[in-house]
Ligand binder design. Structure first.
Ligand code: SAM
Length: 296
């Protein structure tokens, strides 16, 4: 998968694949091994004046400067993309990073990870001339409800979240499935829930109770469960007993409940759309959670 990033600050991304904001961990490894490639383009290369001007004053007055459309147009022509009207957005997409965009989520990352090519356009100043979006971009994406000083951080976040979903990038394919916002197991609703899941798994895997616990078993719309490592006692705080007793079903049950409790505490909004089992609902009720009346 190929990424092209258009920016007026190419040095922000450092010397790929080993340095800079994308030069670490699984993203760096994906770039080094060729599972993904990232090409950084300096918009000033596509200017024609002595000062390499990329911005200008806003029509209608007001503070700040606006990125001009012409260098962006030339940069996109240089990338030899299919023009917007005939572009196959199931293969390639041009994205404007913008606080006014649709919210970038894990499901956006999953969609992007199926494409061959993603072009990321980083704004600066007051933003980018609106005609750039109209003429050349397929989508505007925002990474959250706040305003950054430029699109570079947003582009790096989008690339990181997408690249780690590409087949072969994470050590274990299930790692991205059973994590916060993960899909879970599409063939097994409530994949992490101890009730239906253990029954479903037992039906297809007769020795499910004897199997080691999945390293992660939350998701299906809720947050990941809390993780612990050695030492078992740290500054007087011990790990939950259940994690040390080798009872795999009890561990799975505890993890699901801990994930539910964490979701209730930090992101109760997710519970409105999460795939919850009867056991989940019962447990949430025991924590005092009352779903809105119009929900099943
Ligand atoms: N005037 C713009 C507004 O109020 O929406 C903010 C412009 S911001 C200072 C400069 C650039 O940062 C934007 O063009 C965009 O590329 C990027 N940016 C800022 N916030 C962002 C966000 N939440 N998500 C993605 N990109 C963002």
């Amino acid at each position: 998968m190929r990424f092209d990033i258009l920016t007026i600050f190419p040095e922000f991304f450092g010397a790929l694949p080993d340095q800079g904001i994308l030069g670490h961990g699984v993203v760096s490894r994906a770039l080094r091994t060729g599972l993904a490639s990232a090409h950084i383009h300096d918009l000033r290369t596509f200017t024609h004046d002595r000062h390499r001007t990329v911005d200008d004053r806003p029509f209608g007055g007001g503070e700040g400067m606006v990125l001009k459309p012409q260098p962006i147009h030339e940069a996109l022509e240089f990338l030899a993309l299919t023009p917007k009207p005939t572009r196959d957005t199931a293969r390639e997409t041009v994205i404007l990073l913008s606080a006014q965009g649709k919210r970038f989520t894990q499901s956006t990352a999953r969609r992007l990870a199926t494409l061959d090519r993603v072009v990321l356009l980083c704004g600066r100043y007051e933003g980018v001339d609106e005609r750039v979006s109209q003429l050349f971009c397929d989508e505007e994406l925002s990474i959250g409800d706040y305003v950054l000083s430029g699109g570079e951080l947003a582009a790096a976040i989008l690339l990181d979240a997408t690249v780690r979903l590409l087949p072969g990038v994470l050590g274990h394919a299930d790692s991205s499935r059973y994590e916060s916002f993960g899909e879970g197991d599409p063939s097994a609703p409530n994949a992490g829930a101890p009730g239906p899941d253990s029954r479903t798994r037992a039906a297809t895997e007769p020795n499910a109770a004897q199997l080691p616990p999945r390293s992660t078993n939350s998701s299906n719309g809720i947050l990941d469960y809390p993780h612990y490592t050695r030492p078992a006692d740290f500054l007087g705080l011990s790990i939950p007993d259940v994690l040390g007793n080798g009872d795999h079903l009890a561990i799975r049950r505890w993890r699901r409940q801990a994930a539910l409790a964490k979701t209730l505490a930090n992101r109760p909004d997710l519970l409105l759309t999460a795939d919850l089992s009867d056991d989940d609902r019962e447990y949430l009720a025991s924590l005092g959670y009352c779903p809105p009346p119009d929900l099943p």
